[in-house]
Structures are given as C-alpha cells and as structure tokens.
Design a protein around this ligand. Sequence first.
Ligand code: ATP
Length: 228
Amino acid sequence: MLELEELVRDFGSHRAVDRVSFRVSEGRMTGFVGGNGAGKTTTMRMIMGVLASNGGTVRWQGSPATAEDRRDFGYMPEERGLYPKQTVHSQLVYLARLRGQGTAEARRETLELLERLGLAEKAQARLESLSLGNQQRVQIAAALLGSPRLLVLDEPFSGLDPHAVDTMAELLREYAAAGVPVLFSSHQLDLVERLCDDLVVMAKGRVVGKGTADELRHRERPRYLLVT
Ligand code: ATP
C-alpha cells in the first residue's frame, strides 16, 4: 500500500500541495481528480521522488519510500519524454533495458505489451509518425514495463478516444486485480467515477474529498463539483 502523510510542497511563497494525505491500496484503482493547478502533478512527482517535499512522508508498504522502492514504481509523467525519431519497439526495449531487464526479456515484454495495447503493427513505426492517441498508448506501455509494483499515471487518458479509454482502463484494472495499486490523475470527474474504486479530489493544493466512488457520488458531490 502507498500512503501519503501530510505531504507539503511550496514554490516560493505559494503552497502548491498543502498537507495532503491519502492511501492507494492493493487491488484498487484510485482516481486523482482536480482542476488545473490543483496540485496533482506536484503530488505525483513527490510520490516518485523526482521532486523533494517540504514536509510529510511517502510510505510504501509501511515504511518511508526509498529510491530502491521507487525503481519498482511505473510512472507516466506529465511531460512525455519519448524520443520522436525512435521506433516504438526500440524505444520501449531501451526503457526496459534501463530498468535492468536483459535484451531478450525486454523484447519479449515489449512485444506482449504492444500486442495487448493494439499497437503490434506499429512496432517498427517512428514515434513521431503515430497519432496522438497511439503515442499516448506507447507512454502507458512505458509505465507498464518491468512488472511495476505500483502505477502512478499522470493524465493517462487525455487524448484517447472513448474506446481506447475503455481498453486501457480494462488493462489497468487487470494490474489492480493482480495486486498492483493504481493511481491516476484526470480532469474528468465522470470518467474517474466510472473507472475507479476510490477517489481523491484536490482543489488549491488540498484534498477536499476522498472515499469510494459511491460514497463521493452520494454524499459529497455538491462539494466537489465546485472544484472541477
Ligand atoms: P494540471 O491538471 O493543470 O496539470 P495539477 O493539479 O497537476 O494541474 P500542479 O501542476 O501540481 O497541478 O500545480 C500546482 C501548483 O503548483 C500550480 O499553481 C502550479 O503553477 C504550481 N507549480 C507546479 N510546478 C511548479 C514549479 N516547478 N515552479 C513553480 N510553481 C509550480
């Protein structure tokens, strides 16, 4: 389980993340919702350790998360860092190798994931030649390489058509069912309510609602509608 305790991040005098606490549990998909500038990306960066916090703790399986723990976290960052001139296959094999896989294993896993994401026929295409939706799928594939123990995905569904959203959500659900906690951010409240078990709603750096999708729908909807 991933637990955030009173996480804080300031940029100058602006508090972007203000004592944020929530859990992402095994077997659950957790949606992280909020409008522009609510603090979702900043929180995810602190989870991944790519941004330092000014206070609070990120716990993984009960202890403060270490760099070694984080090597096992699959991350799709907000800034999409793929190389446009590379082919889909070579880019993913390269990333899998960086995560310590042998070449044969990296190739096998890459091909399996591409098949699963409906991208097998694009394996030898350059990334820059793909539609935005397909580039997005490759980004998600990159986060799924190397049997991650936790998934942290920043806006994984933006730019995908409804069918692609459903296919991707089904795949993420399989990871969750296999015991991998899944956290993803989105601006789309309806989508998150439909796909997730748990929701965390942020506004102006603070958590303004959290619970199961049903609980929030019934009890807190008027409150969190204000923030989206
Ligand atoms: P969006 O959905 O638009 O990406 P978000 O919920 O992910 O929004 P953040 O990107 O975490 O929000 O931003 C939270 C606040 O922190 C915003 O006011 C933003 O301007 C500020 N912020 C984020 N990164 C930096 C930075 N590197 N320097 C200064 N301010 C920053």
